[in-house]
Design a protein around this ligand. Structure first.
Ligand code: NDP
Ligand code: 8X3
Length: 252
């Protein structure tokens, strides 16, 4: 019997890689995001390549009513979600705080913090009623150390760290594990989104060193699903070899 996972932000980068890794390892996956055409393409690809069932679930995590209706209207056979990967997220801009754009701030808080809260609030009760679960929150090293221009993005990832710890306490006794993966630099569409489509600026972020790829994070996420029932890894901070922390990076 396959487990069922819900992966948010599966249309790109880390989430897409996790969805693929899970599907190739006999986990049925609900792939979720806003760009429905990408979800359909991923579903078609994985159904062709694997024996896992895939469901495309369009939802914008910033809209509670949309998330509520998407989760509540899941067909019965998809309700027994055992693994939730809260991955959907973004940075928008890298301005100094006093020059920051209010719209950028709201987008980051609404997506990275409130989106994670909305999805978790709706999925965790399903896990409780089925008696088992694993929540994997994708935090960031930006949630451990603040860097120049990181201000609100960092604050949103510090919030993910706090929510992860709080959930683990509140879920004691419910048979639900809560883990966090906090990556350093991963080459995805993240920087393209942060710099609002400026390809040159985005490419510069990953120049002169070998960054992590989505697959590296997917391997770790899958490992978390393979642990014995009594073992819960709380937290994994992972960087490329060339990166010591948010500030020190060895570029050639
Ligand atoms: P990508 O831009 O490649 O992927 C982001 C994903 O989030 C997309 O699938 C996007 O889907 C989804 N998303 C964004 N906003 C929403 C929304 N409102 N509703 C639903 N889905 C949304 O970036 P990454 O893969 O790098 O980012 C994934 C996570 O990893 C984020 O939480 C990010 O903060 C975190 N992270 C990234 C690091 C990096 O260096 N890349 C390092 C540490 C953490 P769509 O647009 O289709 O809705
Ligand atoms: C993404 C990594 O260092 O760009 O969370 O904030 S960083």
């Amino acid at each position: 019997m396959h487990k069922i996972a819900l992966v948010t932000g599966a249309t790109s980068g880390i989430g897409e890689a996790i969805a693929k890794k899970f599907a190739h390892n006999n986990i049925d996956v609900i792939v979720s995001g806003r760009r429905i055409e990408r979800l359909h393409a991923l579903k078609a690809e994985l159904e062709k390549e694997t024996d896992s069932r895939i469901m495309a679930l369009q939802m914008d995590v910033t809209r509670f009513s949309e998330v509520e209706s998407a989760i509540k209207n899941l067909p019965d056979e998809w309700q027994t979600i055992e693994i939730l990967v809260n991955n959907a997220g973004l940075a928008s801009g890298r301005d100094k705080f006093h020059e920051g754009d209010i719209g950028d701030w709201e987008l980051m808080i609404d997506t990275n913090v409130k989106g994670l809260m909305y999805v978790s609030r709706l999925v965790i009760p399903l896990m409780i009623s089925h008696g088992q679960g694993l929540v994997i929150n994708i935090g960031s090293i930006a949630g451990r150390e603040v860097y120049p221009g990181g201000n609100v993005y960092c604050a949103s990832k510090f919030a993910v760290d706090a929510l992860t710890k709080g959930l683990r306490i509140d879920l004691l006794g419910e048979n639900i594990k809560v883990s966090q993966i906090a990556p350093g630099l991963v080459e995805t569409e993240f920087s393209l989104v942060r710099f609002k489509g400026d390809q040159q600026k985005a490419e510069k972020v990953y120049e002169g060193f070998l960054p992590l790829g989505g697959n590296d994070i997917a391997d770790i996420a899958f490992y978390l699903t393979t642990l014995p029932l009594h073992v819960c890894i709380n937290d994994i901070v992972v960087t490329p070899l060339a990166q010591a922390n948010s500030v020190f990076l060895n570029r050639k």
